[in-house]
Design a protein around this ligand. Structure first.
Ligand SMILES: Nc1ncnc2c1ncn2[C@@H]1O[C@H](COP(=O)(O)OP(=O)(O)OP(=O)(O)O)[C@@H](O)[C@H]1O
Length: 355
């Protein structure tokens, strides 16, 4: 078990700056996701940690060791890619043994290690099969066994589940987390799927155009996004833009919104982010909700039914709101209904709103 640190990493290809000034710490035994849109530099950062790409500047350390100039094979890492690239003509056991053989581990010691790795991924009885006799999820588990059989100190995963269908993917998420917890491996996981990142990780690092714009525990980055980009990338958000007046945010339509977070001085422009599921929507004549001190009146302009949940769009004097509601009431609110929206200042988060 070993922590990984990257310090002041930058990388360009020609004139294109792919990563700029990345400094971050991956704690020993933790599961961190690198999350960001296509082209944000996730894979490049992972490949720098692995040693496939040398950064222009900066340092990579694994444990106490500076590995910036150390070749891939000497870094003691395990890797799994999206395409699991098993050798089709070799048995499952031989596929898993491959990395051991390269290190000169053969015979009975190799057989024991292969069996241990296969049992860890719950494929103990599958050693003699060929990859094509396995399902996609099982093949990906063989790739995982191959990555951990050499007892690496760090596990690097580049979208390992994205080739699997939704159901299998969810099963594999549970498996992956179990294996990571049992092995205690410091794990860095590249994904562009925000739900997957939130479900699996101890920490989520959000990348935007080659920079980590926010890193923290899943609930922290989801509940308290720092920028418009982070808020949007991790799900739906209502943005309320106005100016600070008397400790509240005054919107152009005259609404005054309270936040539990500190605000800049009076007169400063500010944007607030409110998640759609934090807002309670009720018919206007219903009793008010206790404690939800932000309260605005509006009209339902769209109501979308999706089984377990309802999505409402509400117009409140020109300010649009999106709201997710549990499908609990006998009669969903219909288009045109006069409603009151209420939500807590705790769920009203000022963000940086750079263009
Ligand atoms: N070897 C290379 N030569 C030139 N440009 C590259 C090279 N590798 C990556 N890039 C560019 O660097 C940028 C970041 O790529 P990277 O693969 O790290 O992004 P990513 O966030 O992993 O994206 P994706 O989710 O699509 O895999 C992209 O614009 C890509 O075109």
């Amino acid at each position: 078990m070993t922590a990984v640190d990257v310090t002041a990493i930058a990388k360009s290809y020609g004139k294109v700056q792919v990563l700029s000034d990345i400094t971050t710490h991956f704690p020993e035994g933790s599961f961190t996701s690198l999350l960001g849109p296509s082209g944000s530099g996730k894979t490049t950062l992972l490949r720098i940690i692995a040693g496939f790409v040398i950064p222009d500047t900066g340092r990579v350390t694994i444990g106490e060791r500076d590995v910036t100039r150390v070749p891939v094979w000497a870094r003691n890492i395990g890797m799994v890619f999206q395409s699991y690239a098993l050798f089709p003509h070799m048995s499952v056991a031989d596929n898993v043994a491959f990395g051991l053989a390269q290190r000169g581990v053969k015979g009975e010691p190799a057989r024991r290690e292969v069996q241990r790795a296969l049992e860890m991924v719950h494929l103990g009885g599958f050693g003699t099969r060929k990859p094509k006799q396995l399902s996609g999820g099982q093949q990906q588990r063989v790739a995982l066994a191959r990555a951990i059989v050499t007892r690496p100190s760090v596990l690097l995963l580049d979208e390992p589940l994205s080739a699997l269908d939704r159901r299998l993917r969810q099963e594999m998420q549970v498996e992956l987390l179990r294996i990571q917890r049992e092995s205690g491996l410091t794990t860095i996981f590249v994904t562009h799927d925000q739900e997957e990142a939130l479900t699996l990780s101890d920490k989520v690092a959000i990348l935007d155009r080659g920079r980590i714009v926010q890193i923290g525990a899943p609930a922290e980055v989801y509940e308290r996004p720092r920028t418009r980009f982070a808020a949007e990338f991790l799900g739906d958000t209502n943005f309320l833009t106005g100016t600070v007046a008397e400790g509240r945010v005054s919107l152009p339509n005259g609404m005054r919104i309270a936040t539990a977070s500190p605000l800049p001085t009076s007169g400063a422009p500010v944007t607030l982010a409110v998640r759609p599921e934090k807002i309670t929507v009720a018919a206007r004549d219903a009793a008010p909700q206790d404690g939800l001190t932000n309260r605005v009146e509006g009209t339902i302009i769209a109501s979308l039914y999706s089984g377990t949940a309802l999505t409402y769009e509400v117009d409140a004097a020109g300010q649009r709101f999106k709201i997710f509601a549990q499908n609990r009431d006998a009669q969903p609110l219909a288009r045109g209904a006069a409603v009151t929206l209420s939500w807590s200042p705790d769920h009203t988060v000022p963000i940086e709103d750079a263009p």
